[in-house]
Design a protein around this ligand. Structure first.
Ligand code: PMP
Length: 495
């Protein structure tokens, strides 16, 4: 599962940052590899604590049974008495990845057995041509590593104009700047991406060479790119020589059409950008956070062999591979004697998406009951993920100044309206009423003032809130009732 050379991929080494080029492989790890040069090598080389000194010898995981037709529903419903499967990682009992290997120092790519199972998983869902997997500590870590691999101080990266700020704030300290791409209900608009690239003024700096994108259930807008848009975006990336960081933690949470009351388990998932990547320009980042548990802190990056090698060097010089506990569990689960295997994993994630589909339906029903009748807010129905983007009809607010609608050709610098101030007020009122909900302002891509869109300033488009249906039914019920009531009061307020 190490890097392999493929002549059909394009040479994309010019995208590497000077930091990545300057980084030397960890010399200790190079020596460590020699212990596998031939059988029975004797090592006096590494300070590896011997496994007999580990104060643990057995870990048992009690996992949901995937024998049921709808395993997530059965697991949730029966709680502590739901059917389960017990898996074991052990020093002395047979298992897929024994403790003496799983808890030892290992390679930056991850423990080879775990790397093998996530590679099989990636092949099963995406079947990418000639790519290699590198383990990471979830998507946040994986993406931060990709930014370091590709970003040079002064570079511009591209992203949706409303993006997940926990990620888009990360490369700012590296001296990276953002250029926003416009979105509609279907996510990033390929024509606008092309427009930004084709009309790039090199006085600003070199043309952006990295695109950060969330193709399914985008955070915060909940939008999902159609296959057609994905193909267009990939084609534009080839034409303008872009690297794509495909951040896809909600891939498995894709829902059926809006009219269907439940998700059909057999509906195929939308093809990823990785699955289309003949050139080796996609760095896809996957996570177990949303399909197992966020505290697992485990994910993986799938890339061409070139970027894999540099990711491994960076990992060997920073976090080192993720903790052994999570890697042992995943290896046991996907390939161990009693594990789910990939077929069982597939059954679990398809059942999970049916569960989130039910939650989405409940959220929308409650929204129709509590908020829609006010006529003051509209919810965009997400086709994936766990977020609903709610547009607030600020044009109906008695204290709105200016026109929310864009004036084509307008040359006014700065905001035309007091949208930002009103939304801040609404946010405070929700808090006072006991509701925490995410304001659009925190997702506006952090662009430099000189790069701001003066014709259509983002400050005039902040009349959105992000709500999630990931929580409990009570939270949705109570939260949407508070939102409906707060909107009524806020819009009745004349002073
Ligand atoms: N990217 C996006 C778009 C997300 O929504 C999240 C989690 N909310 C992450 C990355 C972070 O995922 P992880 O827990 O794997 O770091």
């Amino acid at each position: 599962f190490g890097p392999s050379c493929n002549v059909s991929q394009v040479d994309l080494s010019h995208h590497l940052s000077s930091e990545a080029r300057m980084r030397k492989p960890n010399p200790m790890k190079e020596i460590w590899k020699l212990t596998r040069r031939k059988p029975n090598m004797v090592s006096l080389a590494n300070g590896d604590p011997h496994f007999s000194l580990y104060p643990m010898r057995r870990i048992e995981y009690e996992m949901a049974s995937i024998e049921e037709a709808d395993p997530v529903a059965a697991w949730r419903k029966a709680g502590p008495s739901a059917a389960s499967t017990k898996l074991v990682s052990s020093t002395y009992e047979p298992c897929a990845l024994p403790l003496q290997t799983g808890l030892q120092y290992s390679h930056g790519a991850g423990l080879p057995d775990c790397q093998r199972v996530v590679t099989e998983l990636t092949k099963f869902y995406h079947n990418p041509p000639d790519h290699v997997c590198t383990l990471a500590l979830g998507n946040s870590d994986g993406i931060a590593k990709c930014f370091r691999l590709l970003g040079e101080r002064g570079d511009y990266f591209l992203a949706d104009e409303f993006s997940f700020s926990s990620i888009t704030n990360v490369p700012l300290a590296q001296g990276i700047k953002w250029a926003g791409v416009k979105m509609d209900d279907g996510g990033m608009i390929p024509e606008d991406l092309e427009n930004v690239l084709a009309n790039w003024d090199t006085a600003r700096g070199r043309r952006p060479h990295v695109l950060y994108i969330v193709p399914c259930g985008q955070n915060p807008t909940g939008s999902t790119l159609s296959v057609e848009r994905r193909k267009q975006i990939y084609e534009i990336s080839q034409r303008f020589d872009l690297m794509i960081i495909e951040d896809d933690p909600y891939y498995f949470l894709q829902y059926d059409s809006l009219s269907a009351s439940t998700t059909d388990f057999s509906t195929p998932f939308v093809p990823s950008l990785l699955s289309m990547d003949t050139d080796g320009r996609v760095l896809r980042v996957d996570s177990f956070s949303k399909i197992m548990a966020p505290g697992m802190r485990l994910g993986w990056i799938t890339s061409s062999a070139l970027f894999h090698t540099h990711l491994v060097s960076y990992t060997d010089a920073s976090t080192h591979h993720p903790h052994g506990f999570g890697q042992m569990l995943i290896t046991e689960l996907l390939s161990g004697p009693k594990g789910w295997q990939i077929e069982g994993f597939d059954r679990w994630v398809r059942s999970l998406r049916a569960e989130y589909h039910r939650r989405r339906a409940l959220f929308l029903t409650l929204f129709e009951r509590e908020v829609a009748p006010t006529g003051l807010a509209r919810a965009a129905v997400p086709e994936a993920g766990m977020f609903v983007w709610i547009r607030i009809a600020l044009e109906r607010h008695p204290r709105l100044r200016g026109d929310l609608r864009r004036v084509p050709g307008g040359d006014r610098a700065g905001p035309r309206t007091n949208c930002a101030a009103l939304m801040e007020e609404l946010f405070e009122r929700c808090l006072d009423a006991g509701l925490v909900i995410m304001p659009a302002s925190i997702f506006a891509l952090p662009v430099d003032a000189k790069d701001a869109d003066v014709e259509d300033p983002v400050e005039d488009r902040l009349n959105y809130l992000r709500a999630t249906f990931a929580g409990t039914e009570e939270a949705m019920e109570q939260g949407l009732a508070i939102l409906g009531q707060t909107l009524r009061e806020f819009f009745a307020d004349e002073q």
